[in-house]
Design a protein around this ligand. Structure first.
Ligand code: AVI
Length: 327
């Protein structure tokens, strides 16, 4: 992009589809090639991720579920901090499988709060709304459809109550470390003094356990990665031959980076819209990072972005932590 084109983008504003197109083309034209994993989640990608979460190797969901279902009172005590009413905002709520334990507990105990799930998908929000209306009829719920930070501002404009923000599932791990720092920084700036963030981190552990979670023998994770090529074909006029790419997963115990790649199995040209992208045999596309953290990594992230650490709840295996930070 030359600066002139850039300013036009800013002036007109990208639609979601234009942004997807721009990020895919930029990624495929960069060296090394890469694709943003945030685009994994079309409707088939959503289904595949549900299947990943149900796989025995993918321990993350079970660990955080253990925290939410068995340490609910502890969680509620730290988050509510007395009787003051608050807004409970969940970033990327999905089906709220884990948080619904907390929601039920709070409602049963007569706590005054509004649940505000934020999701980019209006469809997911309406399914969630219908489900929660049945499961927890007394719950006060306001769904916010859009990007996290835009919707956080919206939430602040709707009410001046204290905010408790949930960011679960080690979604923070899908950001490069720099991005994770920027993200926490921005979150800190969007919140007010006394607001609380509960953020899930997958911890460093036996490298085999981690690698197996992302390299399942059934090939669901491989299909999850390859599905982005299919999505590019369908939505951006691409002609990837998915059979000519192979999923490759790595985990580095020193940095804690668990990374996925798609390897081109031969020399090939791929067309996406107006662009032709050439691959050499064995060239890779870097697809996703799922960063794993040490206690020290987490402390540094909180400290650098300005948060005070007020609590930490781990699962029974000590594999996953929900950290509680305050502004
Ligand atoms: C959503 N996110 C936290 C998942 C993870 O563990 O990084 C996405 C995922 N990628 C492959 N398997 C699961």
């Amino acid at each position: 992009l030359n600066p002139y084109t850039k300013s036009i983008y800013i002036e007109i504003g990208d639609t979601a589809q234009e942004k997807f197109n721009r990020e895919v083309i930029d990624g495929l034209r960069s060296k090394p090639k890469r694709l943003p994993s945030k685009y994994f989640y079309d409707s088939y990608g959503d289904q595949l991720f549900q299947r990943i979460m149900a796989m025995p190797e993918y321990y993350l969901t079970g660990c955080e579920l253990d925290i939410f279902s068995n340490k609910t009172t502890e969680l509620a005590t730290i988050l509510t901090m007395g009787d003051e009413p608050f807004d409970l905002i969940e970033l990327g709520a999905g089906d709220a499988m884990k948080s619904s334990y907390l929601l039920k507990h709070l409602v049963t105990n007569g706590v005054d709060f509004t649940y505000m799930p934020i999701d980019i998908s209006g469809n997911i929000l309406s399914v969630l709304n219908d489900k929660l209306k049945v499961d927890i009829p007394q719950l006060d719920i306001v769904g916010l459809e859009g990007e996290y930070f835009d919707m956080l501002e919206k939430a602040a404009s709707l009410s001046s109550r204290r905010k408790v923000v949930l960011f679960l599932g080690s979604n923070i791990g899908n950001m490069e470390l720099e991005e994770a720092y920027d993200f926490c920084d921005e979150l800190y700036r969007k919140l007010s003094s006394g607001d609380v963030l509960l953020i899930g981190f997958d911890l460093k552990k036996n490298p085999h356990t981690i690698l197996d979670a992302y390299n399942d023998k059934t090939g669901i994770t491989a299909t999850f990665n390859l599905n982005l090529l299919t999505r590019v074909n369908r939505e951006l006029g691409g002609d990837f031959n998915v059979k000519q790419f192979q999923h490759y997963q790595t985990y580095d115990p020193i940095s804690g980076a668990c990374r996925s790649y798609l390897i081109s199995l031969l020399n090939q040209d791929v067309t996406v819209g107006d662009y032709t992208i050439s691959f050499t045999e064995n060239e890779f596309i870097y697809m996703e990072i799922s960063q794993k953290f040490s206690e020290m990594d987490i402390k540094q992230l909180a400290g650098k972005s300005g948060f005070d650490i007020i609590g930490e709840i781990t699962d029974s295996k000590n594999w996953f932590v929900d950290a509680i930070w305050r502004v």
